[in-house]
Design a protein around this ligand. Structure first.
Ligand code: PXP
Length: 254
C-alpha cells in the first residue's frame, strides 16, 4: 500500500494571492492540512521557499503543532532553512534544489556536486532526530550518491514521467511513458537494494498514478498541485479520497 503525503503549498498560494504580508486570510494551510489528515492522508508536506511565495514561516510552525501526523518539511540546503528545520523539528525534511525564477521544483538535487555540504547537513539533522529525504532524478549515480552520504530516503522526481501525458501523438506518448517508467523502476530497485526508503512525487495525477503502480518499492507519494486543483471542483476531503482510491491496490514487492 502507498502512503499519501499531501503538499499544501498551493493552499498557501491562494491565500497569498489576496493576503500577502498580513497574518490572516483564507484559505488556511493549517486547516487544509488537518482536513487532509482527517480525510485519510498519512502526512503533510510544505515547502518554505526562500522567496516565501506560498507557505509562510508561521504556517509551517502552525501545521507542525496542529497535525498528529508526520510533517515533511521541504527545503533548500541553505543555512537559513537548516536553522528553521532545527527549530521546527519535523519528522522529515526533503531537500530540494531551488531557483528563484522557477515556477516549481524543476529538477532533482545535484547530489554528486553538493556531496560534502549535503553530507554535513544530513549529519546535523540526524543528530537532531530529523530524517532526511533527497529529491532526486531517477538516475543510478544520484541514488548511489544519496546512499553514500547516508540519506534516509530518496524521493524520485516524477516530473519527466508526468510530462509524457502532455504528448499529443499517441505512439510517441506511449513510448515516452514506457521509457520514463523504466527509469523509475531501475532507480527504485537500486534505492531499495541500498536500504533507502523510496518515495516519489511531482506532477502526479489521477490519470498517471495507475501507470506508476508498475514501479516497485515505493513507500509514499507526495502530491500537491493536482490534488489541490481538484479540490476546487470537488472539495478537499473528496479530492483526497479520489487520490486514495486511485492509489489502492499498489504492491511494492511484486
Ligand atoms: N515533491 C517535491 C519534492 C516537490 O518539490 C513537489 C512540488 O513542490 C511535489 C512533490 C509535489 O508536486 P506537485 O505539486 O506537482 O504534485
Amino acid at each position: 500500500m502507498w502512503k499519501l503525503g499531501v503538499n499544501v503549498d498551493h493552499v498557501a498560494t491562494l491565500n497569498q494571492a489576496r493576503y500577502r504580508g498580513v497574518p490572516h486570510g483564507e484559505p488556511s494551510p493549517v486547516e487544509a492540512a488537518e482536513c487532509c489528515i482527517q480525510s485519510g492522508a498519512e502526512g503533510i508536506t510544505a515547502h518554505l521557499r526562500e522567496d516565501r511565495r506560498h507557505i509562510q514561516d508561521a504556517d509551517v510552525f502552525a501545521i507542525r503543532q496542529a497535525i498528529r501526523a508526520p510533517l515533511n518539511f521541504e527545503m533548500a540546503n541553505t543555512d537559513e532553512m537548516i536553522g528553521i528545520a532545527l527549530k521546527l523539528q519535523p519528522a522529515w525534511i526533503c531537500v530540494v534544489p531551488e531557483k528563484r525564477e522557477e515556477l516549481t521544483t524543476e529538477g532533482g538535487l545535484d547530489v554528486l556536486g553538493q556531496r560534502e555540504s549535503l553530507r554535513s547537513m544530513i549529519t546535523q539533522m540526524r543528530n537532531a532526530g530529523i530524517r532526511v529525504s533527497l529529491f532526486v532524478d531517477p538516475e543510478l549515480a544520484v541514488v548511489e550518491a544519496s546512499s553514500a552520504i547516508q540519506a534516509d530516503a530518496v524521493e524520485l522526481h516524477t516530473g519527466a514521467f508526468a510530462e509524457c501525458w502532455h504528448e499529443s501523438d499517441e505512439a510517441l506518448r506511449s513510448k515516452a511513458i514506457d521509457k520514463e517508467t523504466e527509469r523509475l523502476i531501475t532507480a527504485a530497485e537500486k534505492a531499495f537494494e541500498l536500504g533507502l526508503i523510496v518515495n516519489a512525487g511531482h506532477g502526479l495525477t489521477v490519470e498517471n498514478i495507475p501507470q506508476l503502480k508498475k514501479v516497485p518499492r515505493l513507500n509514499e507519494l507526495n502530491i500537491g498541485h493536482s490534488l489541490i486543483s481538484r479540490a476546487v471542483m470537488v472539495g478537499l476531503p473528496q479530492s483526497v479520497k479520489d487520490f486514495l482510491h486511485v492509489m489502492e491496490g499498489y504492491d511494492p514487492n511484486p
